[in-house]
Structures are given as structure tokens and as C-alpha cells.
Design a protein around this ligand. Structure first.
Ligand code: PEP
Ligand code: MG
Length: 591
């Protein structure tokens, strides 16, 4: 730890948008603390057994407490930790190290867990790699119990602070007192990290991949965290702090004003671009309602699988989808939830489902997986149909790349309907069925697909990575990941045109929908809806309220002006300049 008083700006990955100035809470955790290692004369197996029993009891209490507080999904993290404690790879292995090597219990635990950590870290599968964080958690608990400090690591956070940490384990994030979290600044971090998901869902700014931010700050230092541009400023001047606080306040005002004034997505002079929320099981829904979302444009059903760490039963699925449909109904008379069928594989690998593949992004994922596991597909479709009885459900297929997949899916859907008919279970016979357009072949051949579905939703997260051949999660090719590259724009434009020609609605549900420049450009291209994390709705809504349909046409012309030979950055700049000229006070909206 150093105490450099000089002003410094650290650059990292913009993980969750927003600004915050505040004191830091430095969390170093104790997982990396050196553990003494010595040879013992007595058998330490008994101490270990006692510590494990205590740890189990703590975890069971936590599960019960979280259930009581209805922290949905939180208890599953600790249930997974309880299972790790049952795993012979951990406790029995540590016992045998104590016996064989006559090691002290702490060292035996450290060596055992190190071995397991190494094993997980070598896995190809990002989901399993992320599980090393669970191992860290369990190890900390046992070590603390051995040291007579049971109860697990705690973030003793009492005043609102920016959490500065190496990375946080799942249990640390779930136990955070949410009203004290101003933002996150992390040394490490990845797109699949628990912190990234939590920050976006909570609507607090986050910057990850900062290298050594923990080593550069002291508890209580004030930092300026800019999650929009991915920077953290240490030791800012008093004037800078004032200026930043002003930004934060203006951001709050914009959010409040935009949430209250008018229906989200209304254009100046009439017309609208429907603004919807992306949601997944386990995420709080308050913001969705508060920010005026007109529906759930993307419900990522795979999170049910992730949180349970197994396949949910048909009843569990029907209950979750039914809950989402009821929530959608509370958003307005014509609001619906678009439930996307299981989208696993690629960056969403899952134990028990994903198999090792040389190139998982091009492998047996999403609709391909479902069509090769028809029982899983049919069960999910029955559950979705059951929830559709409310009339608020749309079904969406992920990663469709050829029409055979739609034909195959239609067959399974017919079977699922047949199952429910035979059992006399109600469902919406008119449920709309659509597809994600996120694979270049689907966009290129959109006119053919438009004849087979009721709606399109463009998934730019994947579309951009496949068009540009640049992994969406790989920072070293981030410069190639260009949503405004002319090749991407052409595919979006043609997809929208194909939908219009056929008279079916088209939306964008990739992260770019929430970008103040790119989201507005999609609106200019004529999409009917934009779906995004709810906390991003107010800014997009405010921007749209300042633009008429004719303005959007002009923006479209401005985006085309640099020509097909332009870089993604040049197109972006052309759009940004046009917006700045048309909305002179844009600096008060997009901070
Ligand atoms: C997308 O690819 O744009 C999308 C919305 O799906 P996901 O991010 O879940 O792959
Ligand atoms: Mg996708």
C-alpha cells in the first residue's frame, strides 16, 4: 500500500455507466494472506473437523437469513458453498494431508484449495473458472474458523463508499449493504463477474481491470469514479470533486426528470420508440418500474439454470416465467415479457450442459443445443406456454442461423402445445414467436426469416462480434469490436428493412441500445423498440424526447456521410457531432 498524494487517473474497463465521487472502502479480503505452515506433532484433524462444522453452521444460518430477507438467488451461492464443503476434493483431501504430511490444519487447507483452484483456473469454460471465487470464499471461512474468528469475512461497510477491491467473491457481493455502495473499482474483473452483473443491476457505476487500484488508495481517500469512460481519479483537487459532485447531481436530476415527465421513448412532435428493460431472474425489478419501461424486451432465461446450477424443473420454470409475466402486466396495458429460450454456450458456458469444444462461440450453443436436446427444449416451451396464459408472454429463439432451426423449433413447440392440450392446461394460442438476429447469416437473409416469425430482436452484442470476428469479452481486440462499423450498420439497416417490408416489429436488445449515440442511431434506423438495463432508460428517453422523426432521418444521413470506407470510430464521431449540434445542451443529458 502506498500513500501517493499526487493526482492520478487510472484507466480500466467501463463496466457500468455513471459517475460517483466518494470515499473509498478498500477491501483486500484475507484470501491471499500468507498462511503459516509447520509440522505438528498432534493430529489436527479434530481442529479441522471442528472448523468445518462451524463453517457449515454459519453457512446454513446465512442461507436461512437470506431466504427470510428474500434476497432471491443469494442463498444459492451459499448452498453451493455447502456443497463444496461436502466435496471429498476439499475436506477429505485436507485431512489426508494433515495425516500424511503432519501439516497444521491451515496449511493443509491452503494447499488443498490451491490445488483445486489451479484445476478450476485451467478450465476452458469461463463459468467454471469463475467458480474459483467460490473456493476462495469457502477457504476464507474455514481459515477464519480455525483462527477462532468464525462467521466468515465481512465487509464492515457503514458509510456510503466506493468499494475498491481486487475482486469480490459472490458471497461478499450478496452481503453488501446496498445503500452503502456508491460504486465499484476493481483490480481485476471480467464480463461474467458477479460484480459486473450486480453493478449494472443496482445501477451503480463500476470500473474493472484497473490493475492495482487497491495498492494506490487508502481507506477514506476520495476518488472520482467514471463508469461511463472507465476511469478512476485518485487524489482529485477540491475543485474537481465539486465539479464531479455537480455531475452526479445533474445525472440524478436527469434520471428523475426523464422518469417522470412523459412515457419513455416519446419523440418530439409525436411518435415513439418503445423503451423496454432487459431482465433476468434474480435481478431487482424496482428500477424497471421506476424508469418507465414499457415491457421486458429480453428475459434471459438461462439465469435460472445458472442460479440453480442445474436444470430447473418445468414447474420451477413456469413459476419464474409466470412471475415475469405478472410483473410485465404491471408495466402497462399492452406490456409483455419476451422470454428468450435457453441461451447457453459460448461465453455462457454451464457445468453439466457445456461440453469442451475447440471453438465454443461457434459451437453447439443456444438454439443448436436446444434442438439437440429436445426434451430440455420441450420442457422449457411447455413452461413458457403455461406462463403465456396471461396473454403477456412472447417467445424468442436465440442464435438462429438458418431456417431449418426455425422449422425444428416450430415442431417442438407444436409438441409442447400437444402435451398441454392433452393435459387440459391453458395457454395463449396466439403467443407471438420471434427470433434474435445476432448471427450474420440471419441478418443477411432477414427477408426469408421475416416470413417465419412474428418479430425480430437484434442482438448487437453477438452480431458485432460475429461480423467483426472480435470476441466480445476479449479486451485485446476491443478496438475491433465496433457497433458502428459500416458492415454492422448495413446488416442492422437491412434487417430493419426486411422486418418493415413484412410488417413485423423489430427491436434491438444488445447493450448498444443503451448507448447514447448508438441507441439513438438504431432508433433513426427505424427500430420499433430498444431494450436495455432499466437504469439506462432515462437518458435514452430524454434524448429521444428532444428529437423528431425528421431529426432522426437527418441523423441517419449523417451516419452515412462518412461512406462505406469509414471506420467505426469515424461513423461514431459523425453521429456524435450531429447529436451535439442538434441538442446543444446534450452535455446536460449525457454526462
Ligand atoms: C446479444 O447478443 O446482443 C444479446 C442481447 O444476447 P446476450 O448478450 O445474452 O448474448
Ligand atoms: Mg446474444
Amino acid at each position: 500500500m502506498s500513500s501517493s498524494p499526487s493526482r492520478q487517473t487510472l484507466r480500466g474497463l467501463a463496466t457500468a455507466r455513471g459517475f460517483v465521487a466518494g470515499p473509498v472502502f478498500v477491501y483486500r479480503g484475507d484470501g491471499d494472506a500468507p498462511v503459516p505452515e509447520y509440522v505438528v506433532e498432534e493430529d489436527e484433524v479434530v481442529s479441522l473437523a471442528r472448523a468445518v462444522t462451524e463453517t457449515k453452521r454459519d453457512l446454513e444460518n446465512l442461507v436461512a437469513a437470506l431466504r427470510e430477507r428474500s434476497v432471491r438467488g443469494g442463498e444459492r451461492i451459499f448452498e453451493a458453498h455447502l456443497m463444496l464443503l461436502e466435496d471429498p476434493m476439499i475436506v477429505s483431501e485436507a485431512e489426508s494431508r494433515i495425516r500424511k504430511d503432519r501439516l497444521n490444519a491451515e496449511a493443509a487447507v491452503r494447499r488443498t484449495v490451491d490445488k483445486a483452484r489451479e484445476l478450476f483456473a485451467r478450465m476452458n469454460d469461463p463459468y467454471l473458472r469463475e467458480r474459483t471465487r467460490d473456493l476462495d470464499d469457502v477457504e476464507r471461512r474455514i481459515l477464519r474458523a480455525l483462527a477462532g474468528m468464525g462467521g466468515g469475512p465481512r465487509l464492515e461497510l457503514r458509510t456510503p463508499s466506493v468499494i475498491v477491491a481486487n475482486d469480490l467473491t459472490p458471497s461478499e457481493t450478496v452481503l453488501l449493504p446496498r445503500d452503502c455502495v456508491l460504486g465499484f473499482a476493481m483490480n481485476g474483473g471480467s464480463t461474467t463477474s458477479h460484480v459486473a452483473l450486480l453493478a449494472r443491476a443496482m445501477g451503480v457505476p463500476a470500473v474493472s481491470g484497473l490493475g492495482d487500484v487497491t495498492g494506490r488508495v487508502r481507506a477514506g481517500d476520495t476518488v472520482l469514479l467514471d463508469g461511463t469512460n472507465g476511469t478512476v481519479t485518485l487524489n482529485p483537487s477540491a475543485a474537481e470533486i465539486m465539479e464531479f459532485r455537480d455531475l452526479v447531481e445533474r445525472q440524478m436530476e436527469i434520471t428523475e426528470e426523464a422518469s417522470l415527465g412523459y412515457p419513455a421513448g416519446t419523440l418530439r412532435g409525436g411518435g415513439e420508440v418503445k423503451l423496454e428493460a432487459n431482465l433476468h431472474p434474480g435481478v431487482p425489478t424496482d428500477d424497471v418500474m421506476a424508469h418507465g419501461a414499457r415491457g421486458i424486451g429480453l428475459y434471459r432465461s438461462e439465469y435460472l439454470w445458472f442460479s440453480l446450477e442445474r436444470e430447473p424443473t418445468e414447474d420451477e420454470q413456469a413459476a419464474a416465467y409466470g412471475e415475469a409475466a405478472a410483473f410485465a402486466a404491471s408495466l402497462g396495458p399492452d406490456a409483455a415479457v419476451t422470454i428468450r429460450a435457453l441461451d447457453v454456450g459460448g461465453d455462457k458456458a454451464m457445468r453439466g450442459i457445456s461440453v469442451r469444444e475447440a471453438n465454443p462461440f461457434l459451437g453447439n450453443r443456444s438454439i443448436r443445443y436446444l434442438l439437440s436436446h429436445r426434451d430440455v427444449f420441450r420442457t422449457q416451451l411447455r413452461a413458457i406456454l403455461r406462463a403465456s396464459a396471461s396473454g403477456r408472454v412472447r417467445l424468442m429463439y436465440p442464435m438462429v442461423s438458418c431456417v431449418e432451426e426455425l422449422r425444428g423449433a416450430a415442431e417442438v413447440l407444436a409438441e409442447a402445445r400437444g402435451d398441454l392440450d392433452a393435459a387440459g392446461v391453458a395457454y395463449d394460442a396466439n403467443m407471438r414467436v420471434g427470433m434474435m438476429v445476432e448471427v450474420p447469416s440471419a441478418a443477411i437473409n432477414a427477408a426469408a426469416f421475416a416470413k417465419l416469425v412474428d418479430f425480430f430482436s437484434i442482438g448487437t452484442n453477438d452480431l458485432v462480434q460475429y461480423v467483426m470476428a472480435a470476441d466480445r469479452g476479449n479486451d485485446s481486440v476491443a478496438n475491433l469490436y465496433q457497433p458502428t462499423n459500416p458492415a454492422v450498420l448495413r446488416l442492422v439497416r437491412e434487417t430493419v428493412a426486411a422486418a418493415k417490408a413484412r410488417g413485423i416489429p423489430v427491436s434491438v436488445c444488445g447493450e448498444s441500445a443503451s448507448d447514447p449515440v448508438v441507441g439513438i442511431l438504431w432508433a433513426a434506423m427505424g427500430v420499433d423498440a430498444l431494450s436495455m438495463p432499466a437504469t439506462y432508460i432515462p437518458v435514452i428517453s430524454k434524448l429521444l424526447s428532444r428529437l423528431s422523426r425528421a431529426d432522426l432521418d437527418e441523423l441517419l444521413a449523417a451516419s452515412a456521410a462518412p461512406g462505406d470506407g469509414a471506420s467505426g470510430g469515424e461513423v461514431m464521431e459523425a453521429c456524435r457531432s450531429w447529436l451535439a449540434a442538434r441538442i446543444p445542451d446534450i452535455g446536460n443529458i449525457v454526462l
